[in-house]
Design a protein around this ligand. Structure first.
Ligand SMILES: Cc1cc2nc3c(=O)[nH]c(=O)nc-3n(C[C@H](O)[C@H](O)[C@H](O)COP(=O)(O)OP(=O)(O)OC[C@H]3O[C@@H](n4cnc5c(N)ncnc54)[C@H](O)[C@@H]3O)c2cc1C
Length: 330
């Protein structure tokens, strides 16, 4: 499949980039590593007049540690760079666990943190060629007005299918957003809409420039478990991240987040109450698994059934809690 015709723009600075976004807002698409966007363009899911390649912007590919504040990951930091960072491995292990499961080594060499956070939602009825989608009368997410997954509904249930945002939620990460009027910071927990079409709260003239990992989240022990069809290279059909802070054997703080099952990644709100003040054990892990499966709302957006994906959220949450507990030397 060939790419549609577009004009390539190559800004050298963030100011230039947001200026271009502002000028061409309805006809422009940001391209970072292009690992998700370019295949989607070949499927005619996106046909922008202007494609803005942001890789020429200097300074957005760095991992910068500021003692007392935490770590700033530039939006263009590749997934491989995060995977290879000994600092991230030692201090933010849940992110390290998640990033190394993304796609394949080659895709991680090209794919960026910014692109992973802003990844498009996925659905069996959407990630298909133009001819395939046309033969089904298109769908609410692209070119149509009907949802094959929840017929009669007005909402798009395409699943958010990136791995690292679940880990970033556990770490209380924030994103730095640039626009023509300056910069603003937003907790990653507020970035997603839970709507499959307009998945993130970025205005058309905004882009993410970096991700902050707070120092307060350093040292949490993490685990990430992922369900996928092809073990070596595939999007999550269910993903669970767990980060635990312990004193001795006792849990002082706990964060659990899920991805791949809803139109947004979600924290599991009551996980902390089920774990705080306790030791990690099968019972506590089972309770958290149950809580996570209640947050998961998978529909028929993938080849695996919703029932199976929801059940696997339960099972993987239990396993991830046990693994994070073991990593902390329980
Ligand atoms: C075969 C295959 C398997 C894959 N498996 C996985 C997987 O297991 N897990 C997973 O998480 N992903 C997977 N991916 C998707 C993709 O490779 C990764 O998510 C990658 O991190 C995307 O980053 P990118 O830089 O290539 O994004 P791009 O493709 O360049 O962009 C993705 C989206 O983000 C937007 N965007 C990019 N940067 C910014 C920014 N700075 N500000 C605002 N918007 C921005 C783009 O406009 C686009 O909408 C897979 C892809 C393929 C082809």
């Amino acid at each position: 499949m060939s790419l549609p015709t577009f004009k390539l723009l190559r800004p050298r600075t963030v100011e230039e980039a947001v200026g271009m976004l502002h000028r061409y807002q309805d006809d422009i698409q940001i391209c970072a590593g292009g690992t998700d966007l370019l295949p989607s363009m070949k499927q005619r899911l996106f046909t922008p007049k202007f494609l803005m390649d942001i890789r020429g912007i200097e300074g957005l590919e760095r991992i910068r540690v500021t003692p007392g504040l935490g770590v700033e990951l530039g939006a263009l930091t590749t997934l491989s760079a995060v995977e290879d960072s000994g600092f991230i491995h030692r201090h933010y292990s849940v992110l390290h666990e998640a990033v190394k499961t993304v796609a394949s080594p080659i895709l991680r060499n090209m794919g960026t943190m910014g692109g992973n956070i802003c990844l498009d939602t996925r659905c069996l009825w959407y990630n298909q060629s133009l001819q395939w989608r046309k033969s089904c009368g298109f769908c609410i997410k692209k070119d149509g007005d009907l949802c094959h997954v929840a017929p009669g509904g007005k909402k798009c249930w395409a699943a958010f299918s990136a791995d690292t945002p679940a880990a970033l939620l556990c770490l209380g990460a924030e994103v730095n957003i640039a626009s023509p009027s300056g910069f603003r910071r937003m907790p990653i927990a507020d970035l997603y809409t839970n709507d499959g079409v307009n998945r993130i709260k970025l205005a058309k003239n905004e882009m993410i420039t970096s991700i902050y990992l707070p120092e307060a989240s350093a040292g949490y022990q993490g685990a990430y478990k992922k369900l996928r069809i092809r073990g070596s290279i595939d999007y999550p059909l269910a993903g669970v991240a767990v980060a635990l802070k312990k004193k001795g054997k006792i849990i002082e703080d706990a964060k659990v987040a899920i991805t791949g099952v809803n139109p947004a990644p979600h924290l599991v709100p009551d996980a902390l109450h089920a774990l705080i003040g306790r030791e990690v054990n099968e019972h506590a892990a089972t309770v958290v698994g149950e809580l996570a499966s209640q947050v998961a709302k998978p529909l028929t957006t993938s080849l695996l059934t919703p029932e199976y994906r929801r059940e696997m959220i339960r099972v993987y949450t239990k396993r991830a809690v046990m693994a994070a507990g073991a990593a902390a030397g329980n």
